[in-house]
Ligand binder design. Structure first.
Ligand code: NAD
Ligand code: DAU
Length: 371
């Protein structure tokens, strides 16, 4: 009787998920999508660094299924308490320092959160998972959200990254993500922790902090400022609309094989110059320069070549056939449809833009682009 009551309690209490970094760009999109399609509550643990923004989650105000907790993934006392209190059936780890340029200016925070923070989180999760029993233990998952940058740089004619590619990270950011991926892998092989890892290409869409190429260029263009292209602008990235990434994470969480990694990408390789030109064309149509009182006929005239990023990876490309074959995932947006939606979102959300581009943001832009 006591045993069955305990089992019943663990089965009913496990029906929630814990998301880390859910006030950032991808995490917030994931939480919003999840709660739009599921009844299952989300515990959202986020430190609210410069990149975390509760405004991204404003539409969830008053929604009892969203439990926001401000805190660090490396705070073992807090994480242990959350795990004991809420008994989540899964954890999805988005929390990270995510901007390559910032990792070049100051790698310390990247080591701290992406490596040390992930280590502490894994330790707490391992201890928690050890207390689960039966079905709750078998069904538990830890999904680690990672990046294609861990594979390093491709030449123009090399095949796209597959899950078996060697790790060759080149920036402090990608090296810190690679280290966290290795820790996750080790916790599976050594302790049997049921982990899943996803490695995704460049995301874009609503709520992306405007230090990254696409939102930076949208906002600069509307303000009549230069659109900074590093080096020759011929570096290639694969682009994926953020909701397609979130859907892939949901599928991997429910159907992925424990211990496996899954590449996620949009089959949409573009040079940075092409990305910014397409973005200018979208803006020319949706917000013609004349309506912004700018003395030019196309935003393309704002494109400006600037000093290259040190150690700049030349090309990333993703082979996502494993995810397509095993879990039936396909991106729903093309680059053109996704970019149009994104431009429209930034045009319609000027107060969000105004709030995130206050003080600290301007300080970063001045420091980084001053030369
Ligand atoms: P982001 O920088 O927009 O958001 C990161 C979030 O993590 C923020 O809300 C921040 O407050 C939070 N955070 C940072 N340190 C924390 C800590 N110690 N404890 C708790 N919370 C903390 O990043 P994003 O672009 O949304 O990326 C999310 C994840 O996806 C990252 O792990 C990133 O490496 C990975 N990823 C990003 C992309 C991309 O194109 N943006 C592509 C592939 C993978
Ligand atoms: O590939 C996945 C990665 O994509 C994620 O892991 C990272 O978290 C995410 O930030 C992103 O990294 P990138 O370095 O590719 O993103 P970013 O938007 O900073 O740059 C995209 C490309 O545009 C890159 O080749 C550098 C270039 N760029 C960027 C900025 C900010 C410019 O040419 N000018 C700029 O001002």
């Amino acid at each position: 009787m006591v045993g069955s009551a305990r089992l019943h309690r663990s089965l009913t209490r496990q029906m929630s998920i814990l998301v880390t970094g859910g006030a950032g760009f991808i995490g917030a999109n994931f939480v919003l999508d999840w709660l739009a399609g599921h009844d299952e509550p989300v515990i959202n643990l986020d430190k609210l660094t410069y990149a975390g923004n509760l405004e991204n989650l404003a539409s969830l105000q008053g929604n009892a299924k969203h439990i926001f907790v401000r805190g660090d993934i490396g705070d073992a006392v807090l994480v242990d308490k959350l795990l004991t209190e809420h008994c989540p059936r899964a954890i999805i780890n988005f929390a990270a320092e995510s901007h390559v340029d910032r990792s070049i200016h100051g790698p310390g925070e990247f080591i701290q959160t992406n490596i040390v923070g992930t280590f502490h989180l894994l330790e707490s999760v391992r201890a928690y998972w050890g207390t689960l029993e039966g079905q709750a233990k078998r069904r538990f998952r830890f999904l680690h959200v990672s990046t294609d940058e861990v594979y390093g740089s491709l030449t123009n004619d090399a095949p796209a990254f597959s899950e078996t590619n060697r790790y060759e990270p080149n920036s402090p950011y990608s090296a810190s993500k690679a280290a966290s991926d290795h820790l996750v892998r080790a916790y599976y092989h050594t302790y049997g922790l049921p982990v899943l890892t996803t490695n995704c290409s460049n995301n874009y869409g609503p709520f992306q902090f405007p230090e990254k190429l696409i939102p930076l260029c949208i906002l600069n263009a509307l303000a009549g400022k230069p659109l900074p292209i590093y080096g020759d602008g011929l570096q290639v990235r694969d682009w994926l609309y953020v909701n397609d990434h979130c859907r892939a994470i949901g599928l991997v969480l429910e159907g992925g094989l424990v211990g496996e990694t899954y590449n996620i990408g949009g089959k949409s390789e573009k040079t940075n110059l092409d990305v910014v030109r397409t973005l200018c064309d979208s803006l020319d149509e949706l917000a013609p320069p004349a309506t912004c009182h700018l003395p030019r006929t196309t935003y393309r005239s704002l494109i400006t070549f600037v000093k290259d990023r040190p150690g700049h990876d030349r090309r990333y490309a993703i082979n996502a056939t494993k995810l397509e074959r095993e879990l039936g995932w396909r991106p729903q947006e093309t680059f053109e449809t996704g970019l149009r939606k994104t431009v429209a979102w930034y045009l319609e959300n000027q107060s969000w833009v105004a709030n995130v581009t206050s003080g600290a943001y301007r300080h970063w832009i001045d420091k980084h682009y001053s030369s």
